[in-house]
Design a protein. Structure first.
Length: 157
């Protein structure tokens, strides 16, 4: 068993499942939000996918295709879904060579963080869980059903 692969496979599966769920909602639902979350449903999903692309780029040096940029505004769910599918292959490739990665992370005014590949994997998983929870919170607060994204449902798929 490879726990890192399991965590990242769940991360991709849960994000794709949530995007698919939201694609079945009325258009106005994508603009819903509640205090304490990152924005609207569509903004939160855009942020989640765009951040994943930044983590991946720091790990493998590649640019995302299709690229999702928050500065462009909320992305269409079909674009987000395609991006998640493309990202899945990159996560898999990185997990397969995780032991050979040696990433130094430089963030704004902070000191460089050598050997930051574990930090980037951890942050991607944490960040994804956090913002998927935001979307599910918005759904529930507006009386909408949220999909089951936990490990139990992933394992049983």
């Amino acid at each position: 068993m490879d726990p890192l692969r399991t965590f990242l496979d769940h991360h991709v599966w849960a994000t794709a499942r949530l995007i698919d769920h939201c694609a079945g909602l009325p258009a106005e639902a994508l603009a819903e939000t509640v205090p304490g979350t990152v924005g609207t449903i569509q903004e939160a999903l855009t942020h989640l996918v765009a951040a994943d692309q930044r983590y991946l780029s720091r790990l493998d040096g590649q640019e995302a295709d299709p690229a999702v940029r928050e500065a462009d505004g909320p992305a269409d769910l079909a674009v987000l879904r395609n991006a998640v599918e493309a990202q899945a292959a990159r996560w898999t490739a990185l997990v397969e060579r995780a032991d050979t990665l040696d990433v130094t992370l430089q963030r704004r005014d902070e000191a460089p963080v050598p050997h930051a590949e574990g930090l980037l994997f951890l942050q991607a998983v944490h960040h994804g869980n956090d913002h998927r929870t935001h979307v599910c919170t918005i759904l529930g607060a507006h009386g909408r059903e949220a999909p089951d994204l936990d490990g139990w449902h992933y394992w049983a798929k």
